[in-house]
Structures are given as structure tokens and as C-alpha cells.
Design a protein around this ligand. Structure first.
Ligand code: ADP
Ligand code: MG
Length: 681
């Protein structure tokens, strides 16, 4: 790093303690931080319009000759108004400047200027007030626009950034190895930094941006690898190769090839001296639980306990049932630890866990993670990783005697992205569904067909099957809750008056949720009206139909998750997506659902349609905030940067070689800078 850039920004001329405080609000503390405060946009002043055709009251640039200056007028006390007339041979334009005598005097008659601002006034007499004015022969036609905060202006930031850039002077700093630059046709860092702020032209800007995006993605990838390497220096619970074929033969079904491979991956990992850190990614219904149970059984055979943590109580109790079913016949004692236990029972259970009498403990995150002592915890399994961040991954790793970690995620993410987001984890992909799964017949229809759709649902219930009706509850507030309750009541009294209808929503007390879910599983209910709490993981194979109200309010991936609640048994299953608000866009989106069954492809389509947005928002994954790269649109660079990073770390996994010192520093900085500037958006 260039020493000047590591200095606090007060070191630079024009930045005093007061301004430094303002910059701190943007997370900017050093010269380097300031240079990394990239413009959020640019104005291109070479894109000019005629005065005659300039849009009314919209930002635009015109190029005009200063015809004459008018004499100043004095409006209110202390306010001087300067005016001048400019022309571009299509029309005249009156320039109005308030108070800025210095600027006004600097303007020269007959000279050409570019003015950027809003044109107002009448058709005959167009005016522009306080525009940005630059000489027409200026080379800086592309101007940066920065994210601001109170007390800063575009001008101040530009001036300060200029100062910092100047301070680098002729020092050349280049953290990237030469061959990486050459192979990926990247410009020098100093060129990139200068042109991202003050681009010479559109091409330079593009070249600069490419380099900086590459750097950021590569740094991220390197950082993830460093995290992984760090976790490998810890001592784990080294297990030894153990036969678990009795698990395979005890299962009520034949495992798919990829399920078996995933279990083998886990067993192999757990025999290493460092803790396993593995992600099992599989579409809904791919059978992740059977993989988890296999891994838990391996730990059990090695004399270790295993814990499985689920995000909700419903899921915890469901996993408990599955794991007991798979493992109890093999002599494994499985326990369920949830908030709905009485304090006495909870305490007793915790004693048994501590004494090592329970081999597999299933529960919610809060309980298992924070309040439970184990006798010999060897494996921690987490369901639904995407709710976690890197930080949490870290705390899990550092807990106790470094148990092995297995994470199950049903969020289908295109592979390159998954490699980035989960770069610190090893990956097993379940890309094959168990045999005999049928395609879920999916229809997208408008509210006009609601009654018919209800009739279709009733037919299924009459055949002895069960179904879901899902209503979106976006805000989870009282008002929405009320309308969900009313909706359920209307169904109970109307279309489904002859059926047993249950209601499930996130605001129900845990015990009640539990009992509703239990009744549904036991087929004491025919129809479950629910908010998206059924989204993750609920498994009732007798359910064959799902009707989704206001389907346009869900993302495609979420609809896919929801839809995965049916089609889990031997019966033909259906999903009906209802919308009252049909736009061309929503129709196109829902149509995708009717055509594509594969979660990975759906997530790709979703990405295309919804654009970057926060779908892959880094926050959601607990990754450092990216300053310039966009993982959903910079896919080609993502691939290149990943390749380059992996080539470097395969030779030098901890970036310890002197020639990689700069890269290491950047990677560490990226993860550190994430802690700063949180409040600024
Ligand atoms: P998910 O990956 O969505 O968590 P689950 O683990 O809940 O999937 O499994 C979905 C259903 O498929 C469960 O009822 C499970 O018992 C069943 N299942 C899992 N693996 C197989 C298999 N290889 N063959 C048949 N059924 C399976
Ligand atoms: Mg699951």
C-alpha cells in the first residue's frame, strides 16, 4: 500500500477534523477509503441537446456561446443576481447566477461553454439557473456524482479526491501479479483509480471499472479462501473411517447417487484433523435430511454427539421426527429441544445432553447454540444457511472444541455465485431428485377463476388428499394478519365449509403452531391456510395441492420453495398461482413457474427478470458489502476473477509469499471495511 493512502484523511489538505467527522459517516477514514468511494453515477456532458429542443425542467447539457453579459440586479438584501445571454444558433438562453460574482466574472464573452442543469422559462425566453458550467474545450466531459451525506457537496468530494489522487504522484502501486493483469487485459491500478473518478472518456471509464470490479471480486474470493484456510488450522474432532451400511439398508428408500456422495463427502471430511465446513445444496425435495442423518449417524458411530439446528420450531420438530424414524431403530437416541418444553423438562433434557445420554439433539438455533452444553459434540448441522452471515459462521466454528459443520441450503444459486457466496465452505450438490417424483402441474390464473380453482382443490380433498392455501404476509403487521384471519374465516364458512380448515401464521404462539402443524400431519385437517411460514421444509406427503393467493407478490425462487411443499409423495400434485393484479410482467414471471420445475433454472430466470436488486444482495449472505461489483450482472468478470484467485491460492493458500502481500492486505481490508459505515446506505 502506498503510505500516503493509509493516512487518516485529515492528513490531506482541505480536510479538517470537522469534515473528517462527516466522512466518517460514510465509512471513510483514510485516503484509501476516500479513493474507494466510487461515484454512484456520472453525467456525460458530451451528450448535448439544442437549446431549442431541450426538455423542460429536466437535467440536460447544452453547448452555447456567451453572447453578452447583462448588468447585475439586486433582489433581496444581500442577494445579487447575475445574468448573461448565451446562444447555440437554435435559440437563446438566459443564464442566471445567484451571488457568485467570482464565477460570473470568470466567464468570457464569445467563448463556448457547456451548461448542465434544468432549462425553464417560456418557449421564447429559456432560462437556466445555477447550472454546472465548464469551458466547451474541457477534457473532463464525464463528471462523477457521489453518494453524499449532510455537510458534503459534489464539489467538496471532487476536490478532496483530486488531492488524494495527486498525493500518490508518481508512486506506482500494483497489488495484482503481472500475469493476472495480462491474461485478463486489465489496466493499471493507478489508471483505474484516476479514471473511475475523473474519466477521460467513456472508454477509459469502462476500462477503469472493469479493473476495479475484477479486483473486488478477486479480493472477495481470496478472502473467502483465507477464511477457509484459517478454519483448517483449528483442531477438529478427528473421526475414523466407520462402516455405516446399516444406515443405508435401514432407510425406507434407496438413496440417490448424489445423496450417497454427499454423505461420503461428509464422512471423509470428518476423518480429517481440521473441522469440516461443508454445504449441502439441493433443491426442495432433494432429500437433504437423509444426508444429515447419515452424517449424524457416522458421528454417533464414532462416539460423538450431533446437533441439528433449524430456523423454526415447526421445522425442528419435523426434523426430529425424520431423524428418530431413520436413526432410533439403529440404537441412536434422538432428542428434541424447543421452547415449548416446560422449564422442568427442558432442564432435565439439558442434563441428559450434558451427560451424553442423547446422541442427536434437534432444536432451534437459539436453544441449541447458546444455552446447551454437550458432553462430546462432534457435528453441528444447520438447516437453511442463507439466513446466516460470515460472522455467525465464524462463531459457530470457534465454539467449544470445533465440531464439524454441515450446512443444508435449499436456496438454488447459480454455481459461480454459489462458489463466491459460500467460498469458505466445501460444497456437495444434490442435483438429482429421488426416483418417482412427479412434476408438479402448475397453473397461473387470474382471480376470475378463483371459484373454479377452489372447486379443483375440493376435488383433491374429496379424494382423501390435503392441500395448502398460501396468502402473502409481507409486513407481518396486525392489519395484514387481520386480513389473513378474515380470509381463512371466509373459506371456512364458504367454499370449504364441509372441510376441516386450519390456520397457520408467524404470529401464533409456538405451541399453537406446533399443534396446528401436528393436526395437519395427522390428517386431522384437510386444508391449511397459511402465510409463508410453510415456505421452508414442511413435509406432508399427503398434500397434493397448493393454491397461492397474490402470487405476483412473491419472488420466483420463493414460489418455487412454496411449491416444493407438495409433490412429496406418490400422488400427482398441483400448484395454482392466483393473481388479481395482472400486468404483462407478472404474467411473464408466473408463466416461468408453469414451465420450469428446476430450482436452479428458476433462480437464474428470476435474476434476469428482477435484475440485480437485492436478490443476491451481499448483506443477505453476510458477505462484505461490495463497492463496485455486482455479483448478479458482472458474471463474466466473476468467473475470470475466481479463476485468477484460485490459481493464486492453489499455489499459496494463505497468501504468505511476499509477492502476494498486497493481495492479502486487500482481502483483509475488504472483510474489515465491512464493519465500517454501517449506518450510511
Ligand atoms: P429437502 O431436501 O427439501 O429437505 P427432505 O429431506 O425433506 O427434502 O426430503 C423430502 C422427502 O423425500 C422426504 O419425505 C424424504 O423422506 C423423501 N426422500 C428423501 N430421499 C429419498 C430417496 N432417495 N428416495 C425417496 N424418497 C426420498
Ligand atoms: Mg428440508
Amino acid at each position: 500500500m502506498i503510505p500516503a493512502l493509509e493516512k487518516p484523511i485529515t492528513y490531506f489538505k482541505g480536510v479538517g477534523p470537522k469534515r473528517a467527522e462527516i466522512y466518517a459517516k460514510l465509512g471513510i477514514e483514510t485516503g484509501y477509503d476516500l479513493l474507494c468511494h466510487f461515484p454512484r453515477d456520472y453525467i456525460d456532458l458530451s451528450d448535448q441537446v439544442d437549446i431549442l429542443n431541450a426538455p423542460d425542467n429536466e437535467l440536460c447539457a447544452v453547448r452555447a456561446r456567451l453572447a453578452r453579459k447583462l448588468s447585475p440586479s439586486f433582489a433581496r438584501r444581500g442577494m445579487t443576481i447575475y445574468k448573461a445571454v448565451l446562444t447555440d444558433d437554435t435559440a437563446d438562453l438566459t443564464l442566471i447566477i445567484y451571488n457568485n460574482e467570482y464565477l460570473f466574472k470568470s466567464l468570457i464573452e464569445k467563448k463556448e461553454y457547456i451548461l448542465y442543469g434544468r432549462l425553464n422559462g417560456s418557449f421564447m425566453r429559456r432560462e437556466i439557473s445555477s447550472p454546472l458550467i465548464i469551458p466547451a474545450d474541457s477534457r473532463d466531459l464525464i463528471r462523477p456524482i457521489y453518494r453524499l451525506t449532510d455537510g458534503l457537496s459534489q464539489n467538496i468530494i471532487q476536490t478532496n479526491i483530486h488531492t488524494v489522487l495527486d498525493s500518490i504522484g508518481s508512486e506506482i502501486y500494483e497489488p495484482l501479479p503481472r500475469d493476472v493483469m495480462r491474461e485478463n487485459s486489465l489496466c493499471a491500478l493507478s489508471y483505474a483509480l484516476e479514471n473511475i473518478h475523473f474519466p477521460r472518456d467513456a472508454h477509459s471509464l469502462q476500462v477503469a471499472k472493469r479493473r476495479l470490479v475484477f479486483d473486488e471480486l478477486m479480493t472477495l474470493r481470496l478472502g473467502m479462501t483465507l477464511l477457509r484456510e484459517k478454519s483448517r488450522t483449528a483442531t477438529g474432532c478427528k473421526m475414523s473411517s466407520t462402516d455405516i451400511s446399516d444406515y443405508f439398508s435401514a432407510l425406507p428408500f434407496e438413496l440417490t447417487g448424489c445423496q450417497r456422495r454427499a454423505i461420503e463427502d461428509c464422512c471423509r471430511d470428518m476423518c480429517r484433523s481440521w473441522p469440516m465446513n461443508r454445504l449441502v445444496q439441493g433443491d426442495v425435495g432433494s432429500g437433504k435430511t437423509a444426508v444429515a442423518a447419515g452424517a449424524a449417524y457416522f458421528a454417533f458411530k464414532n462416539g460423538y454427539q450431533a446437533a441439528l439446528m433449524a430456523p423454526t420450531e415447526i421445522l425442528a420438530s419435523q426434523h426430529y421426527e425424520t431423524l428418530s424414524r431413520f436413526l432410533e431403530p439403529l440404537g441412536v437416541s434422538v432428542a428434541l429441544l424447543t421452547g415449548s418444553l416446560t422449564p422442568k423438562n427442558k432442564a432435565a433434557l439439558k442434563e441428559r445432553i450434558k451427560a451424553g445420554e442423547c446422541s442427536v439433539v434437534v432444536g432451534t438455533h437459539a436453544l441449541v447454540q447458546h444455552t446447551t452444553e454437550f458432553s462430546r459434540l462432534g457435528l453441528v448441522i444447520t438447516d437453511e444457511q442463507h439466513r446466516f452471515g460470515v460472522d455467525q459462521r465464524d462463531t459457530l466454528a470457534s465454539k467449544g472444541e470445533n465440531p464439524h459443520k454441515l450446512v443444508m441450503s435449499a436456496t438454488p444459486i447459480p454455481r459461480t455465485l454459489a462458489m463466491m457466496i459460500y467460498g469458505d465452505l466445501d460444497l456437495s450438490v444434490l442435483d438429482e431428485l429421488p426416483k418417482g417424483r412427479q412434476k408438479i402441474e402448475t397453473y397461473a390464473v387470474t382471480g376470475k377463476l378463483r371459484e373454479r380453482a377452489f372447486g379443483f382443490v375440493r376435488d383433491r380433498l374429496d379424494e382423501g388428499r390435503q392441500g395448502y392455501i398460501v396468502c402473502p404476509m409481507i409486513e407481518e403487521n396486525e392489519q395484514e394478519l387481520q386480513s389473513v384471519k378474515e380470509y381463512a374465516e371466509a373459506l371456512r364458512k364458504g367454499a370449504f365449509s364441509n372441510y376441516r380448515v386450519g390456520l397457520l401464521h408467524g404470529k401464533l404462539p409456538a405451541a399453537e403452531k406446533e399443534s396446528v402443524m401436528h393436526s395437519f400431519k395427522e390428517h386431522e385437517l384437510d386444508l391449511l391456510v397459511s402465510t409463508t411460514v410453510v415456505e421452508v421444509g414442511v413435509d406432508v406427503p399427503n398434500s397434493v395441492i397448493m393454491l397461492v393467493e397474490n402470487a405476483d407478490r412473491f419472488g420466483l425462487s420463493q414460489l418455487h420453495q412454496l411449491r416444493g411443499r407438495v409433490g412429496r409423495g406418490q400422488y400427482k400434485s398441483y400448484c395454482i398461482l392466483l393473481t388479481d393484479n395482472v400486468t404483462e410482467e407478472s404474467a411473464a414471471r408466473l408463466k416461468i413457474m408453469t414451465k420450469i420445475a428446476d430450482g436452479f433454472r428458476i433462480s437464474e430466470e428470476d435474476l434476469k427478470l428482477r435484475g440485480p436488486g437485492d436478490f443476491f444482495g451481499s448483506r443477505q449472505h453476510g458477505l462484505p458489502k461490495l463497492r463496485i461489483a455486482d455479483m448478479s450482472s458482472d458474471t463474466e468478470l466473476l468467473r475470470l476473477a475466481q479463476q485468477a484467485a484460485d490459481r493464486i491460492t492453489s499455489a499459496d493458500p494463505t497468501l504468505s509469499l511476499p509477492e502476494h502481500a498486497g493481495l492479502r492486505e486487500l482481502a483483509e481490508m475488504l472483510f474489515r471495511s465491512d464493519k465500517k459505515g454501517e449506518e450510511s446506505k
